[in-house]
Ligand binder design. Structure first.
Ligand SMILES: C[C@@](CO)(OP(=O)(O)O)[C@H](O)COP(=O)(O)OP(=O)(O)OC[C@H]1O[C@@H](n2ccc(N)nc2=O)[C@H](O)[C@@H]1O
Ligand SMILES: Nc1ncnc2c1ncn2[C@@H]1O[C@H](COP(=O)(O)OP(=O)(O)O)[C@@H](O)[C@H]1O
Length: 285
C-alpha cells in the first residue's frame, strides 16, 4: 500500500534563551515573553506516503500511546483536510530527552505538519499550519515558522529575530522529568515580570522565571546549574530540566563537556536562527 520514497526531515531542539512570565490569564495560562533559538541537533523523522489512509509510527515512544503521540495527532489534524486515502509510514529517530524543555514533542509535531503538507500536496500556508500547530501546543508555531523569534502571548505571538548571534551551546540534561503544569501552578512562581520591548529584550537578555521554583522542587537541576556555572554562566530552558551555557567555539564547549562527571548526559550543538527543518524542506543546498 506504499507508493513513494522516504523523505527524512530533522526536528530540531529549541532553547528559551530567556523566559519571563508577565501575567496569568483568566483561563489559568500564563503570558510569557521568551526568546527562542533553534539548535542544529534534534530528532529526525522519515515519511513515506501510503494511499490507504493508514498511519504507522515506529518505533513507539514508551509511555506515549500511539494516538497521543504529537506526531500522530499532527498527522490526524492534517488528514481532516484531505481525502480519505492520504496516509503515511513514519519513522522516528528520537534523540531529544522528553520533558526536557527542548521542545522535542512540539518540534516532532511541526515537522510532521510541514512534511505531510508537502507530501500530501495540501498547499496549506505557514499561517494555517501554525494555527493548527497551536492547538497541539504553545511551542509548535515557532517550529512551524522555523525562525528564531521573540515570543509573546503563550508563545504564539512571534516576532522573528534573524540577527541573533549563533553561538555554540553545551546542553546538560539532568535525568528528571519536570511537570510543566506543576511549575505553572506553584504559588512561589514569579508571575509579574515587567513587560519589555523587543529592543530591550535583545540588548539585555533576561532570566528564566521558572528556574527558582524548578530548582527548589528538583534539586538535581540546581546541582547541575551550580556545576556548569563554575565554567560558564548557565541557565535553564523552558520549564527544564535541561540547562545550557553558550560558548564562542565548539572546542570551548567540548572542553567543558569533557570535564563534566561521567554520569552527566550532555551534548554540544550550534544555535541556529533558521530551523534545520526549513533548511531541508525549503532551502535544500
Ligand atoms: C513554557 C514553555 C516554554 O517553551 O515550556 P517547555 O514546555 O518548553 O518546557 C512552553 O511554552 C510550554 O508550552 P506547552 O508545552 O504547550 O505547555 P503544556 O505542556 O501544554 O502546559 C502544561 C500546563 O502548564 C500550564 N501552562 C503552560 C504554558 C503557559 N504559557 N502557561 C501555563 O499556565 C497550563 O496549566 C498547562 O496545562
Ligand atoms: N513525539 C513526541 N515526543 C516527545 N514527547 C511527546 C511526543 N508526543 C507526545 N509527547 C508528550 O509530550 C511531553 C512533552 O514533551 P517534550 O516536547 O519532549 O518536552 P518539553 O515540552 O519539556 O520540551 C512528553 O512528556 C510526552 O508525554
Amino acid at each position: 500500500m506504499t507508493d513513494n520514497a522516504w523523505l527524512t526531515v530533522p526536528a530540531p531542539a529549541k532553547l528559551n534563551l530567556f523566559l519571563h512570565i508577565t501575567g496569568r490569564r483568566p483561563d489559568g495560562y500564563h503570558n510569557l515573553q521568551t526568546l527562542f533559538q533553534f539548535l542544529d541537533y534534534g530528532d529526525e523523522l522519515s515519511f513515506r506516503t501510503r494511499n490507504d489512509g493508514q498511519l504507522t509510527l515506529s518505533p513507539d515512544i514508551e509511555d506515549v500511546p500511539f494516538e497521543d503521540n504529537l506526531i500522530i495527532r499532527a498527522a490526524r489534524l492534517l488528514q481532516d483536510r484531505t481525502t480519505k486515502t492520504c496516509g503515511a509510514d513514519i519513522e522516528l529517530n528520537k534523540r531529544l530527552p522528553m520533558g526536557g524543555g527542548l521542545g522535542g514533542g512540539s518540534s516532532d509535531a511541526a515537522t510532521t505538519l510541514l512534511a505531510l503538507n508537502h507530501l500530501w500536496q495540501l498547499n496549506l500556508s505557514l499561517d494555517e499550519l501554525a494555527e493548527i500547530g497551536l492547538s497541539l501546543g504553545a511551542d509548535v508555531p515557532v517550529f512551524v515558522r522555523g525562525e528564531a523569534a521573540f515570543a509573546e502571548g503563550v508563545g504564539e505571538v512571534l516576532t522573528p529575530v534573524p540577527e541573533l548571534e549563533e553561538p555554540w551551546f553545551l546542553v546538560v540534561c539532568p535525568q528528571v522529568h519536570v511537570n510543566t503544569a506543576k511549575i505553572f501552578s506553584h504559588e512561589g512562581l514569579t508571575r509579574n515580570t515587567e513587560i519589555i520591548n523587543i529592543r530591550t529584550a535583545l540588548r539585555q537578555g533576561g532570566r528564566n522565571d521558572c528556574q527558582q521554583v524548578v530548582t527548589m522542587l528538583y534539586p538535581e537541576i540546581g546541582k547541575a546549574l551550580n556545576l556548569l556555572n563554575k565554567f560558564s554562566f548557565a541557565k535553564m530552558t523552558g520549564t527544564g530540566a535541561c540547562i545550557f551555557s553558550s560558548f564562542g567555539s565548539e572546542t570551548e564547549a567540548r572542553q567543558v563537556s569533557d570535564q563534566l562527571p561521567a554520569e552527566y548526559v550532555a551534548f554540544v550543538a550550534k544555535g541556529t536562527n533558521l530551523s534545520k527543518t526549513h533548511k531541508v524542506l525549503f532551502r535544500p543546498s
